[in-house]
Design a protein around this ligand. Sequence first.
Ligand SMILES: *Cc1c(COP(=O)(O)O)cnc(C)c1O
Length: 463
Amino acid sequence: MKYVSTRGGSEPKGFEDVILTGLAPDGGLFVPDAIPQFSQDEIASWENLSYQELALKVITPFVDGAIPNEDLRDLIFESYKTFRHEDIAPLVELDDDEWVLELFHGPTLAFKDFALQFLGNLFDYILKKRNQKVVVMGATSGDTGSAAIEGCRHCENLDIFILHPHQRVSDVQRRQMTTVQAANIHNIALKGNFDDCQNMVKASFSDQSFLPEDRQLVAVNSINWARIMAQIVYYFWASLRLGGPNQAVSFSVPTGNFGDIFAGYLAHKMGLPIKQLIIATNQNDILHRCISNNDHTTKPLEQSLAPSMDIMISSNFERLLFDLYHHDSEEITRLMSDSKAGDMRLSDSALVMARELFSSFRCDDSDMVEVIRKTNIEKDYLLDPHTAIGLLAARNCRIDHDTPMVTLATAHPAKFPEAVKKAGYPRDPELPSHVADLFDRDEYFTVLDDDQNQVHQFMKDNI
Ligand SMILES: *Cc1c(COP(=O)(O)O)cnc(C)c1O
């Protein structure tokens, strides 16, 4: 299997090289040149597999022999050892055939652990085999940074630099990053906002001349293909628990960068019967406007109580468009330049195709808080703000009640005490026992100006 750029202007890469990179040199994102397919019989035969064995089935065709199967198996088993629930991704029924898929039992309490625990092990394996060293660099508004740090802390052949906006992430989120003590982990608190961090990372990737000659930058945000790939697994997992593949299942996905829901789209393309995929957004609703009204105009970013979805430009949307436009790279390049100029419009046929599977919904802070309050009172179940948005979207968009509806619970409520307390919860929600001492641990981070020379000098000094 080869991985090609959505914009058609970069050399195709094999699996290992695509993992050790960021954007394609032409500015596009790497995608597999063909999506693997499974028959209904084959999927049905996986019903009794453990999460890890299922992951091996789903991931194997993407790796396509680049890693021997026994080694891949070991990497996958190692990656989910850190999860605190025996089912890895347990399903909880909230109401009649209304389910929540809990994706927050990993070390940093958000779904990002599913991909980043695996990606860290993958990095370690590939780099050791090649005797190569790399530099991982990423910007975070909260959850990605801690998951990436937890994933990479044991990797000997890399240094990881995570930039977060100084004094603009929650205490829990910051401490999850800064209390991990390892020589290869470098937390930078940048004096700026999340966009400044993101721009710093982008500029560094596009001109890497500041690095020592034998180093290259590697991405850990969801432009990295391995992140999407690892997330496909739990769609199969949930479906098989609920009667799939004989029974179709619907999913509602709290969406920011369109990575998690794109994994659901791929599961569907691979043969998993999915009836609806619901794009749940907060007041930063560009994806909802796009699907419901072909309105993809950018607006100023609003800060919400579900900050992991405060995103205006969803990078993985390009991967969906590439598929909807039948791999027409020229068309994608044109659309992306329109998008950059602030007014992208999809063709009627692309929109019709998208709407066959996707619905969308927008939920603002006050409605979200109300869902947390009601669900806690009526069901004795505490939602995090992102999951609450997903649940409300599921209820609003559901087209039939014979199809099980699964909302992806993307984070543990203890990560977002502000929203939970606004919903009437009387105290900070309890941290699970493995992180209960988070506020007693020492913190390590360096505050830097939003200045490229300063950041690059710091990186050089610490590689
Ligand atoms: C990252 C994140 C999201 C958004 O996921 P995308 O893959 O960017 O769409 C939603 N909820 C939480 C809690 C997150 O950390």
